[in-house]
Design a protein around this ligand. Structure first.
Ligand code: UN1
Length: 501
């Protein structure tokens, strides 16, 4: 089925959004699949105002009723899983299995949020004073601005949207200009949920801002946007963070990663190998959680490298149209991404790396798109290019002698998103968890493909934000401390202060 059929199945009507500003091409073959109108300052103003208005209404809806809306939205997503997964594949190029996996991730966060809608509450704390009680109230925060990247064009928004909505907030979303159709599809699914909801959903609860940097800037600088949740490069985060801070707004940043796996002598290589492979070449190396570095103990380096090499060589037959079953590696998002990959490989070769793969393939069949054979690089040590995040499938494999040193090297990058160790030794696992400086530290599990139930995000240039599971919902609410006196005499002052006039 072509793009028209998929959009029809998803209920997306392009008429309202047709224009010349955003030309959407599919990375699969470079074909133009849509051409859309971007927002301007005045349409953005209207959308933000609607979002603010929606917040003022939605915050008064009881939280479990807000959860009921997300339950219905999740049901609509279930029905749309196949076509939405396909649209994800068409717009961002990940294989269909992963496109559908992304929609599943949306469904999962909806289920999680529905449960939370009866749990978001604060604690009652002991007061030092007689006949006083002290409690924490969690209250809706305000309109939330979501900025998302091309590589997870629907799931990352859903992490934010589902939690924000049960918390009583409204959401305005600026998707990547490379994947606006996915956003339109989400809005169409949202609209269907609105119709089925036994209650009323205010206009503006789910707004979408289409456009480029200027539109993002307007969102970031608008004082009504209480929280800006931005996913993308550390370069982008370094601009967004200070701009929002300047107006004392809140941010939730989920930025770059240069994730590593450590393989120790006791590791089960049948566990390590497929995990490293999926982490390194899944989504064609374009996840923030992609495995980019592996530190392998000296004693098993050659053995594991040999296995990786065989696996990489056999990947040749698995590169191709991501819509076709059997393909494991789709295209890179664009030519820039291809160029930066080639550039990094050239530098790696200069830093004594021995490269397997890395070349462009299928250029005859797809002259306007960029399929590459993932690169496996035998690196004698961690050099500056290894410490840089290149958003493409390059895996640097380095030997280590001492675990403490391997962990130190793993931490010796600007980012701190995801990390993994492969070991059967519980003390190695414990040491790794203690000293890995990342937001995610897995044992016998790869660096990518996290479940929604855990808090997702990382430290240092990864931005420090936490999205999706655990208590990430707190980012979408404001905390209030309330002390109540229920005695009859003049109330006592805290800290034993006496003040009797
Ligand atoms: C991202 O690449 O921005 O853990 C998000 C993972 C996915 C999310 C990745 N669940 O790989």
């Amino acid at each position: 089925m072509g793009i028209r059929g998929i959009l029809r199945e998803l209920g997306v009507d392009l008429k309202m959004q047709k224009g010349k500003d955003i030309v959407v091409t599919s990375p699969i073959d470079g074909d133009v699949i849509a051409s859309l109108k971007a927002d301007d300052a005045s349409s953005m103003e209207q959308k933000i105002a609607r979002c603010q208005n929606a917040f003022e209404i939605w915050r008064d809806v009881p939280a479990p009723k807000r959860g009921e809306f997300i339950r219905i939205f999740g049901d609509e997503l279930r029905k749309a899983k196949e076509p939405l997964g396909k649209l994800v594949t068409m717009e961002c190029g990940k294989i269909l299995e992963e496109g559908k996996g992304e929609v599943q991730e949306m469904i999962d966060i909806c289920d999680f949020a529905v449960g939370l809608s009866r749990q978001i509450g604060g604690s009652t704390l002991p007061s030092e004073r007689l006949n006083h009680n002290m409690q924490e109230n969690w209250l809706p925060l305000g309109p939330i601005g979501v900025i998302s990247a091309f590589n997870f064009p629907v799931a990352v928004w859903a992490w934010n949207f589902a939690l924000a909505v049960i918390c009583g907030d409204s959401v305005i979303w600026k998707p990547s200009d490379k994947t606006p159709l996915c956003a339109l599809a989400c809005q169409a699914i949202f609209n269907r949920a609105v119709k089925k909801y036994d209650g009323s959903v205010p206009a503006g609860l789910c707004e979408i801002a289409f456009g480029f940097v200027n539109i993002g800037e307007q969102l970031v600088n608008d004082r009504r946007i209480a929280l800006v949740s931005a996913t993308g490069s550390s370069r982008m985060g370094a601009i967004v963070g200070p701009q929002v801070a300047k107006r004392f707004g809140k941010t939730l940043l989920e930025l770059g990663g240069n994730n590593a796996a450590i393989v120790t002598p006791s590791a089960d290589l049948d566990v390590a190998l497929p995990s490293i492979l999926f982490g390194a070449v899944g989504t064609a190396g374009q996840r923030c959680t992609t495995t980019r570095r592996v530190f392998v103990h000296d004693s098993i380096y050659n053995e594991l490298f040999g296995k990786l090499e065989n696996a990489y060589v056999s990947l040749a037959e698995k590169i191709g149209n991501p819509l076709k079953s059997g393909s494991l590696i789709g295209p890179l998002i664009d030519e820039n991404s291809y160029e930066s990959m080639q550039n990094a490989l050239q530098i790696a070769a200069g830093e004594k790396g021995k490269i397997i793969g890395g070349k462009r393939v299928l250029e005859k069949k797809f002259p306007n798109s960029f399929y590459v054979h993932p690169a496996l690089v035998r690196m004698p040590e961690q050099t500056p290019i290894v410490q840089k995040e290149t958003f493409a499938p390059i895996l640097y494999v380095m030997p280590y002698k001492d675990l403490a040193d391997a962990i130190k090297q793993q931490n010796d990058v600007a980012q701190g998103l995801s990390s993994a160790i492969f070991t059967k030794d519980i003390s190695e696992a414990a040491i790794f968890k203690k000293y890995s400086d990342c937001g995610i530290a897995n044992v016998n599990i790869g660096t990518s493909g996290a479940e929604i139930g855990g808090a997702f995000g990382g430290e240092k240039e990864t931005g420090g934000g936490r999205e999706s599971g655990s208590d990430s919902w707190k980012a979408y609410m404001r905390r209030q401390t309330s002390t109540t006196y229920y005695g009859k005499d003049a109330p006592a002052l805290a800290q034993g202060v006496s003040f009797s006039a």
